[in-house]
Design a binder for this molecule. Sequence first.
Ligand code: ADP
Length: 465
Amino acid sequence: MKITTKINLMTTAWILCVLLAVNAVVFFSFMKITVNMENVELLQKADNVIREMKMADSPLKIKEIFTPYLTNHNFIRTVQSNSKITDQATNDQFLAAKIKPKYVHKKETERRTIRRNDKEEQILIVRVPDSSGAITLEVAEKLSGLELAKDVLLSILAFCTIFGALLALLGGRWLSNLIMRPITNMINTMEDIEQSGIPKKIIIQHETKDELQKMAVTFNRMIGRLETNLEKQRQFISDASHELKTPLTVIKSYADLLLRRGLQNEEVAHDAIESIHSEATRIQKMTERFLDLADTESGDLLEIKLIHLVSFCENIFKQLKSAYKREISLHYQDASISAAADELKLKQAIIILIDNAIKYSTDKIDVYLEGNEQYTIITVKDYGIGISEFEIDNIFERFYRVDKARSRETGGTGLGLAIAKNIMKQHQGEIKVKSTEGVGTEVGLFLPKWKVGKELFLNDQNIND
Ligand code: ADP
């Protein structure tokens, strides 16, 4: 069943229930109040008759006392203690015969329903004992006013109920359409996206500021993110293919050269093979970087450990020093300084920074371990070519290199700092750079301080922001 039909039927059923409950309350209250009023009137009548009976000088005149109180549908009579009628006056013999006489000791009211010609009639009877208690005065009257009023009231209530139910049905349909319009809009947009494969936003026509608008805004935000990610992905594929194109062209041209002349000339063959080897190594390094980048962007779970930074850094330097033969000095005030991080990822980030320092400087390299209230900071400082202030904002972008030729010479891919930045984001940390052209560069990794009970590492947060 459609949601609109459901809302419609449910609201109508609910309003119908409410109307029926209200009608019942109105009906029964009306009946009670009206019968009470009739009751008071009849008791008054009975009291008057009893008073007049008391004043009567002859028992023979009793019937005469009753006569002025007679209507077309009532009776007045006196009943003895053996339930025998002593005097009775009535214009409605049928009614008088239908109600059995009853002797009472104290005032009593009774409401009875009798059947006359297949029609029901409501009869109100009051019984009042006289002051001596010897007889009971019984006055009964057909509640014809009540009958009429009851019929009118029932008709009005029935009409109101049907009218109310109709209004509820129409109102429910209008309301459900109003609620469903943005949802239908959203479903259509989603179907469009599914069919075309192209992310599309919902058009928000009115600023309603309700939950449905919030849902549409959230959906649009999600689509926006999807679009940005798709754009980033497209950009990455185009950049990566572009980057791979140069070494592949070099490899192809040397392979051509080998095919044409290489085998006759040993020197040419040697040069060609060396170049092919170097470009292939470059492609290999680049693809490794691609994988690293994808890994740091995927938001995989980190394996957070408490790392003692002094021994951790010394181990890394040992490996690097033997490969690059460069002087790397570690500086710290607190020998027990530690950080909570994923060991492999942190190592990867530190190596990227030191690798850059090695590539873009020739002097010594200093690494500082410090801490403040919020962060544990690892700073790599070199005294090399530095970066101009106009370039500094771009160096974290993928494939960005200040000096392409130099970077190519040194085997740079332009992905190192982008990977390091992602790693810091995974750790909810930061990476900051200070540099002066011709003086040197300082890059700091800021790792949030580990606190018990505080969840610092929500790994997939904002990696792609
Ligand atoms: P690459 O693999 O080319 O080094 P990175 O992403 O690590 O790529 O660095 C991006 C660019 O930032 C580099 O090409 C270089 O121009 C500049 N850069 C990075 N680190 C330094 C540094 N320590 N000194 C000078 N320039 C640097």
